[in-house]
Design a binder for this molecule. Structure first.
Ligand code: ADP
Ligand code: MG
Length: 835
């Protein structure tokens, strides 16, 4: 900072006057050429002028126009994040999805020719940030967490909030908070600027920064023009921010509806359609939109079986053919250089021919009457030996696999990406000519009266269906096949997706914000504020009178926070303990478990358990198993009988699978046995601990995951999170030492007991009592049972019977009087999972 001041004096500039600062970037010629094709690059000058002259700028541009990859580079070249410039703070870019944060940071690093430490990413359990970082991609959740620690965003000179059109809860809150940060920083700049104290989280340093007269720059980016919620909302920004519109080339896309919305599941329907496109239509990539990972895996498997990828031999042959072609082309080039016009005509003719071959408009996909089997057999005979390059794309996919969608498909094959709606606006996949859209989206819902959550699949909105269709028109005219009828589209699709904040119970919103240290929620500047009345009512609920069951679940949650000691019941504010808990990037119950985990040297085990629970189930599940998970069913609209029938099937499958998993867990336990007695997995959570321990003992290898049906990415995340938490604890809690060695001996019986107590303390609100005991009124008087199957339990906040899920290790044991559970799911029954 002294340097900064000195520079200015040396420059002889009047205080406040700024010298233009540019950073020269030498990009590879290929990269530079590709950039110049992007519509955003034509607007660089306009965009940078607007950013330099306004605190907030909104940029709207069609998906693929280059917003995410280019705008951060404009900022970088204009000197933002350069230590010697007037804007030395980081350039931060937020994304609603982890996939996008990771892959976009890699892309931008590559384009700028910088390392992954200079252009880095930070997502919840993984980061490449370092002191060298200049440009940081992150999820919006990560930035919200940072805001809880550093409300002025002192580390940043520019914040880019991307994908604002999605209107996720986090994005909305972020825009609201940032509008206040802007005001605060502007006010501060009037006072003594040198008194701004900065905490550098990464190094644990505190230093002084000057230059607050340079306010924070905020750039909001949207793939649609629907931004009036941001511009017209007077509580948000003092004056409406300018909206820059980037015109993108978009080729026409013909949309083909199904004649009827099929009864069969959309995965089968998608498969049929892809088969037809692939066997009958000209070259061009296919992009398929499904709702989740399981559907994607099933479709990919099916497609790969039907259209096997090139064998090594065949691909070698293919490469030889390609080489020959290239050689020919080179020769041709010499000729065509002479006569470019003829060439152009040829090209046009070529495309015309393609259209004549297959009449796309009449391309009838409606096959309700067709016999699947018969059709398949017939086709097999005539089908050309055309390989399909099938790639899945969803957020839990390992990063390297995610990035494969950007590579050219092997020569002679057709690209087919099967994706969730991450491909709707976040990632632009090159070369897509056909889009197949199931029209649905999976959303987490929360029942505010019962506190039960479920996943539901419903129709997406017209706007997002059109976005999906638009993906087919990036490189040329395209086609979109919708797996539903135009009547359904007209009558059942909403015009726009509702902002998440209006889909959530208001209590949930209030709680999320309280946990972000935002205390006064009623006056918060939301882009679309929920009703004030409701807001105020929800806030009043933050009292800690004892809540009788069946009142608002918020009582239950706030009471949990009070039980955990995170909130003071009188002042309604976060306590010291609560703040220590907020230090961990975890849900409050896990933080609490960590803080009380020091007894009996249990901390390493608690860290392992908490890491595993935070990352989520590491077991690879059989598709069918997972697919039939209650509340995660495929068709939202099916009747109850159907659900019941499916559940019977699912229970059988779960039973078989659970037996397998138990065997597995036992086997692992023998593998890791050392001098200690070891543990028998009599709890789902302790089973996880067992798995983590065994994994580390085996050297934390992918092979171990493969052999034991574990997701390597999940295991790796758990491993990393354990490291992070261990670090956090040793650096922040004085006097607490945790073994840094990730390998741990199985816990002793005493430790096991302590662990059960710690778990119970963390899940204090998630205790279920056997129903017979609940009514008998006293323990010990209950009936005798052989297994937990069909034995009803009572949870604290509902009068409905709940049952231990067949996927639990407890399912075959005699039912305990009380259990703690991780999740409640409602399907035809209320299920308790993860005991
Ligand atoms: P927007 O944010 O406006 O939707 P992007 O900046 O994401 O646009 O994308 C601009 C272009 O960069 C697209 O054509 C996209 O295909 C390409 N692109 C983005 N990431 C990669 C990557 N990792 N590899 C190759 N091309 C990429
Ligand atoms: Mg983008």
């Amino acid at each position: 900072s002294a340097l900064l001041r000195a520079n200015r004096v040396g420059d002889g500039l009047v205080d406040g006057e700024r010298k233009p600062f540019y950073v020269t970037v030498k990009r590879k010629p290929g990269i530079q050429q590709a950039r110049m094709q992007l519509p955003v690059c034509a607007e660089e000058q306009t965009i940078m002028e607007a950013i330099n002259n306004n605190a907030v700028v909104i940029i709207c541009g069609e998906t693929g126009s280059g917003k995410t990859t280019q705008v951060p580079q404009f900022l970088y070249e204009a000197g933002y994040s350069h230590p010697d410039s007037d804007n030395p703070g980081l350039i931060g870019i937020t994304q609603p999805r982890r996939v996008a944060a990771v892959s976009m940071s890699k892309r931008v690093a590559m384009e700028l020719g910088l390392t992954e430490h200079e252009v880095s990413y930070q997502i919840r359990y993984d980061a490449t940030v370092s002191p060298k970082t200049r440009v940081k991609f992150m999820t919006d959740g990560v930035l919200l967490r940072e805001l809880a620690q550093d409300f002025l965003l002192t580390k940043y000179s520019a914040i880019v909030i991307d994908e604002a059109h999605e209107r996720s809860l986090n994005t909305d809150i972020l825009i609201g908070v940032v509008s206040r940060v802007l005001r605060l920083r502007a006010e501060l700049s009037k006072e003594d600027q040198e008194k701004v104290k900065v905490n550098d989280d990464d190094n644990g340093d505190t230093f002084w920064l000057i230059g607050w007269e340079v306010p924070l720059r905020v750039i909001i980016m949207s793939a649609t023009l629907r931004v009036s919620d941001f511009t017209l909302n007077k509580t948000l920004f003092d004056k409406p921010p300018p909206v820059l519109k980037v015109d993108a080339r978009q080729y026409p896309v013909s949309v083909h509806f199904n004649k009827r919305t099929p009864d069969i599941d959309h995965v089968t329907e998608a498969f049929k359609k892809i088969r037809k496109i692939h066997t009958r239509l000209p070259a061009g990539g296919i992009l398929v939109f499904l709702t989740g990972q399981n559907e994607i895996s099933v479709l990919c498997k099916k497609l790969r079986k039907k259209f096997p990828p090139l064998s090594p031999k065949a691909s070698a042959r293919q490469r030889a053919v390609e080489k020959e072609k290239e050689a020919l082309e080179e020769k041709k080039e010499v000729v065509t250089a002479k006569n470019a016009e003829v060439e152009a005509e040829d090209l046009e003719l070529g495309e015309g021919e393609i259209d004549k071959n297959v009449d796309l408009e009449d391309f009838d996909f409606d096959e309700d009457t067709e016999d699947e089997e018969g059709f398949t057999d017939e086709e097999e005979e005539q089908e050309p030996d055309a390989p399909l390059h099938v790639l899945p794309l969803y957020s839990l996919l390992p990063t390297a696999a995610q990035l494969r969608v950007f590579d050219d498909p092997p020569p002679g094959t057709r690209l087919c990406v099967v994706a969730t709606n991450v491909a709707e606006t976040s990632l632009t996949i090159p070369g897509v000519k056909y889009v197949v859209d199931c029209g649905k989206v999976k959303e987490r819902r929360y029942d505010s009266t019962t506190g039960v959550q479920s996943f539901e699949i419903g129709w997406t909105s017209k706007a997002s269906a059109d976005q999906r269709a638009g993906r087919a028109g990036r490189t040329g005219p395209g086609h979109c096949y919708r797996l539903f009828s135009s009547a359904v589209f007209d009558n059942e699709f909403e015009q726009f997706s509702t902002p998440e904040i209006n889909r959530m119970p208001i209590e949930g919103v209030v709680l999320s914000m309280k946990s972000m240290n935002i205390d006064t929620v009623t006056n918060f500047p939301f882009p679309t504020p929920p009703e004030r009345e409701h807001m105020a009512k929800a806030e009043r609920h933050f009292r800690f009178d004892l809540c009788p069951p069946s009142t608002s679940p918020l009582c239950h949650i706030t009471q949990l926070l009070a039980y955990l000691g995170a909130i003071d019941s009188d002042t309604k504010r976060v306590t010291e303990l609560g703040r220590t808990m907020a230090m961990f990037p975890l849900s409050p119950r896990f933080s609490k478990m960590l803080l009380i985990g020091q007894q009996h040297d249990c901390l390493p085990y608690v860290i392992a358990i908490v890491s595993a629970l935070s990352v989520g189930d590491p077991f690879i599940k059989d598709y069918h198993l997972d697919d039939a998970r209650p509340g995660d069913s495929d068709d939202g609209g099916s009747d109850n009988e159907d659900v019941a029938r499916r559940e019977v099937k699912e229970i059988r499958r779960e039973e078989v699978a659970e037996k397998e998993r138990r065997k597995l867990a036992r086997r692992m336990y023998y593998k890791v046995q050392t001098k200690h007695a070891g543990l028998d997995p009599t709890s789902d959570i302790l089973k996880l601990l067992n798995v983590v321990g065994a994994y580390e003992f085996a050297g934390a290898t992918e092979k171990f995951c493969e052999d034991n049906f574990l997701r390597p990415k999940a295991m790796d995340e758990i491993h990393k999170l354990r490291g992070q938490l261990t670090n956090l604890i040793t650096t922040n809690l004085p006097g607490v030492d945790v073994l840094v060695d990730p390998r741990m001996c199985p816990p002793t019986p005493i430790q096991l007991r302590a662990l059960r107590q710690i778990l119970a303390a963390g899940f204090i609100d998630s205790v279920a009592l056997r129903a017979d005991l609940a009514s008998a009124g006293a323990a010990g008087k209950g009936r005798k049972f052989k297994s937990t199957r069909g034995v009803p339990y009572r949870v604290m906040w509902s009068d409905e019977d709940a049952y231990i899920h067949p996927g639990s290790v407890l399912y075959h044991d005699s039912p305990p009087e009380m259990v703690v559970y991780q999740e409640v799911f409602k399907a035809s029954r209320v299920w308790l999972k993860g005991e």
